[in-house]
Design a binder for this molecule. Sequence first.
Ligand code: ATP
Length: 247
Amino acid sequence: MLEVRDLHVFYGGIHALRGVSLKVEPGEIVTIIGANGAGKSTLLNAISAVVKRRSGTITLDGQPVASVPHAVVKQGICQVPEGRLVFANLTVRDNLMMGAYLRSDRAAIASDLEKVYTLFPRLKERINQLAGTLSGGEQQMLTIGRGLMSAPRIMLMDEPSLGLAPILVETIYEVIAEIRRRGTTILLVEQNAYKALAVADRAYVLEQGCITREGVAADLLHDEYIRQAYLGVKREKAGAGGRCGVE
Ligand code: ATP
């Protein structure tokens, strides 16, 4: 469905992505795990055309992904950004409707709004509340709900659990699983490797701009290197990380 091949991104002299290639198949949850600064947000921002692509190809069903963000959304790719970016002075309902601003199918929009409310009853209770006055967890729900209102085929989710209390992390991950059950494919980047690997079908490890490991998520959850580097499990014997292959 989504294919990224040999993607390089530069910010001036910083080589943030160094030949990243990955695939996401229809109906999958694929996760990219990596530490701070590994390039996770850059990868999503490159797919959604928020950052300039320096080289490489990105395709959706074999067709090139557009080079301007609104056209990417029209193609069915929607990014849920890191950091709960809501329109603080708009109500919950208006924030959700902003997600549908490129759509004109009014009946389907109304039905999608109801579906978002079934996923997030807390948003329905706060329909007329200004988004800036929501709690952090509610704002995270709102950014996911707003993304769903664009009726995406694939959602790019950037650290949805960041800064949330454990009980809300559970809620957000239940919702991610439910969104996939309802038919949307998901590419999820996370520092919370345990939750991400537990929900995903497949995973890639991004280190310093390179994919260093990939595989079935359940297998990586038990991989010695992953356990030490990303799951906080104490070292029992030496295990080597993957290699970048790029100097
Ligand atoms: P985090 O988990 O901390 O959000 P990340 O894996 O998402 O990190 P990125 O935000 O993609 O990492 O950053 C990758 C590298 O690119 C970092 O070294 C960062 O400093 C750099 N970078 C990101 N955005 C810019 C920018 N706009 N200008 C210059 N450098 C940038």
